[in-house]
Design a protein around this ligand. Structure first.
Ligand SMILES: [Ca+2]
Ligand SMILES: [Ca+2]
Ligand SMILES: [Ca+2]
Ligand SMILES: [Ca+2]
Length: 385
């Protein structure tokens, strides 16, 4: 056999470089940081909109709006507030995306699909949440408007109450009161109950439409008023588990924000928000691939771990996060001191408080945070390769 010389290899390499790279990774992310508008203007209609449940609700509160009251990523999330009336036969809320001006009827992945959002339940009690999935057989891009035709199934629900031809009061995934919950749905394996459909999630196109959240109280005597915050919608296909751990100056390990840059330049860059447990361990689902991964908290410098292959088996070594970057520009300098001074002496709940300057995450901006700032002054975080 003839030996292949350097010229052949150079030619092959040139060919590989000339071929346009094709994106392999399908994701859609929405952190609501650039969203605003009135009641019912972004992703969800106001709670009273759906005739399925409007008769079950008190007139107020009646809110579904992007606000800056509480967020996981950044400062913005969708606040949803409602109250169930007493003495009604049923108690649930159909919070619908029906023809909402911004992000209405969003296309979601079903085949090998994963749908996630971060939900803070401010209470007063625990809730069940299901996805109302409309079988539109859409071919729209993930997150794009995919219409309103097709029947609806409850995904993630283990039971419904039967009323006429509908399955209502879906018993979905538990969202406990008083904390953030990562609400994730692995679309191929979730339990499914019927709403207007047949109780089987079907798609020819591989995609469907997020029509609603079906929200039901765990304790039907707890009628509210309820408030939840929804942040960091994430849609993707072909996901795998990706786990790691962080240590920091925080009294409780902070949520982390992971930036994934595929080694294939045609793939989209995307960010994942992840909750950590008391030991600083996080676990997210991301599409299989090889990435440079950036890790930061909301006020730490970035750590970059290059060339990480996500195939479901990898657990990252622990990462130490360096605090003090209040303005998230990846350096600790006088600009961060400005933020710290602006919030100094404020505690959580005060108008002046910001968790961006609370470097030890104890709910107060004080001399302890100044100490962390001074210790890390003039440091810079990692850049991506
Ligand atoms: Ca946000
Ligand atoms: Ca069906
Ligand atoms: Ca900074
Ligand atoms: Ca503090």
């Amino acid at each position: 056999m003839k030996m292949q010389g350097p010229r052949y290899l150079a030619g092959l390499l040139a060919l590989m470089i000339a071929l346009p790279a094709t994106a392999q990774i399908q994701v859609f992310t929405e952190n609501f940081e650039s969203r605003s508008g009135g009641n019912g203007a972004v992703l969800f209609r106001q709670p009273s909109f759906s005739g399925s449940t409007s008769g079950l609700l008190a007139a107020s509160p009646n809110v579904a709006q992007v606000l800056t009251e509480r967020a996981l990523s950044g400062s913005r999330a969708i606040k949803v507030s409602w109250q169930w009336r007493d003495s009604t036969a049923f108690t649930w809320l159909r919070l619908t995306t029906f023809n909402v001006a911004t992000l209405g009827n969003p296309a979601i992945p079903v085949t090998n699909g994963y749908v996630e959002m971060q939900v803070y339940n401010a209470g007063p009690a625990d809730l069940y949440v299901s996805l109302g999935v409309r079988e539109t057989n859409t071919v729209a891009a993930l997150g794009a408007n995919s219409g309103t035709s097709g029947t609806i199934e409850w995904v993630g629900a283990t039971a419904v109450t039967v009323s006429g031809t509908s399955g209502i009061e879906p018993k979905g995934k538990l969202v406990p009161a008083g904390r953030w919950t990562t609400l994730g749905f692995e679309m191929d394996i979730e339990p499914v109950q019927f709403f207007t459909g047949n109780g089987i999630l079907e798609t020819f196109s591989g995609r469907a439409t997020l029509e609603s959240l079906g929200i039901t109280p765990v304790d039907v005597t707890q009628r509210g008023p309820y408030t939840i915050y929804i942040d960091d919608l994430f849609l993707a296909t072909n996901v795998r588990d990706f786990a790691g751990a962080v240590s920091s100056d925080c009294v409780m390990p902070p949520p982390v924000f992971l930036e994934f840059r595929s080694v294939n330049p045609a793939d989209p860059v995307f960010t994942r928000a992840a909750l950590t447990n008391e030991n600083g361990i996080f676990m997210v689902k991301v599409p299989a691939g090889t990435y440079h991964v950036g890790i930061r908290s909301r006020n730490s410098l970035r750590k970059v771990i290059p060339n990480v292959t996500v195939d479901g088996s990898l657990i990252l070594p622990p990462v130490t996060l360096v605090g003090g970057d209040a303005n998230a520009d990846n350096v600790v300098d006088v600009l961060d001191l400005d933020v710290l001074i602006g919030a100094f002496d404020a505690v959580e709940g005060d108008a002046g408080y910001t968790n961006r300057a609370d470097f030890n995450c104890d709910g107060a901006v004080d001399v302890l945070d100044l100490g962390i700032f001074i210790r890390n002054f003039d440091q810079a975080g990692d850049e991506f390769p």
